[in-house]
Design a protein around this ligand. Structure first.
Ligand code: ATP
Ligand code: MG
Length: 224
């Protein structure tokens, strides 16, 4: 499904990722760990096609996302929860959710309030906020909104960049449950960037540790 092969990538002249390889398959939660600034978010952005590969490749369902022209870096099939949430504070919750729909051409024609059940099933609290401005939600509520938005296009690949950063334990648990239930449905490949060892232990199938832009360790649950 997702294969990153010997990827080298960075910003402008600076190389951040060196020789990074990893794979994620549907029904699997792959966890990426490492200290601040080692390049985890950079790797996630590369997978989103936001950075060009200097060397190596990022292949999603058989095509190389880093070779797409800038204009057509379609996120089709990929759900992304960026680090720091990126909620539009002036837009309502409902409008924020619709952004997830727009990314998916198949469901773009849905103009009414029928937000696909998948998002509301996983985050039942959302409809109670539909008319609030995104900026008026608490951090935890915004995180749930960002997660729901990523789910709405029913992605085959879900990229979660520190989805529990600054979130209280009860919401962390809710997010754990959502990740597990998506994993158990078996259709979605999940790449999770996460600092908490407890969290990754509870949901992860395979683990990678990054240092200075390279993968320095990988292993399964028994070895962690
Ligand atoms: P954290 O745990 O703090 O989220 P991270 O592992 O996600 O860290 P990245 O955000 O990938 O780290 O950053 C890796 C390196 O790339 C850092 O040295 C950072 O300063 C640099 N960097 C990140 N974004 C940019 C950018 N837009 N332009 C230039 N350098 C950047
Ligand atoms: Mg990061």
């Amino acid at each position: 499904m997702l294969t990153v092969q010997r990827l080298e990538a960075g910003y402008g002249e600076s190389v951040i990722l060196r020789d990074v390889s990893l794979t994620v398959e549907p029904g699997q939660v792959v966890c990426l760990m490492g200290r601040n600034g080692v390049g985890k978010s950079t790797l996630v952005k590369s997978i989103m096609g936001l950075l060009k590969a200097r060397q190596g490749s990022v292949s999603f369902k058989g095509s190389d996302v880093t070779k797409r022209a800038p204009g057509e870096r379609a996120r089709r099939g990929i759900g992304y929860v960026p680090q720091g949430r990126e909620i539009f504070s002036q837009l309502s919750v409902y409008e924020n959710l619709r952004i997830g729909l727009e990314a998916n051409r198949d469901s773009a024609k849905r103009k009414s309030r029928d937000i696909p059940a998948v998002a509301v099933e996983k985050f039942p609290i959302l409809p109670t906020f539909y008319d609030r401005r995104g900026g008026d939600l608490s951090g935890g509520q915004q995180q749930q909104l960002a997660f729901a938005r990523a789910l709405i296009s029913e992605p085959e690949l879900l990229l979660l960049d520190e989805p529990t950063e600054g979130i209280q334990p009860s919401i962390v648990e809710a997010i754990q449950d959502v990740i597990r239930s998506i994993r158990d449905e078996g259709k979605t490949a999940i790449l999770l960037v996460e600092q908490s060892l407890d969290f990754v232990r509870s949901v992860g199938d395979r683990f990678y540790i990054m240092e200075k832009g390279s993968i320095v360790w990988q292993g399964g649950r028994e070895e962690l």
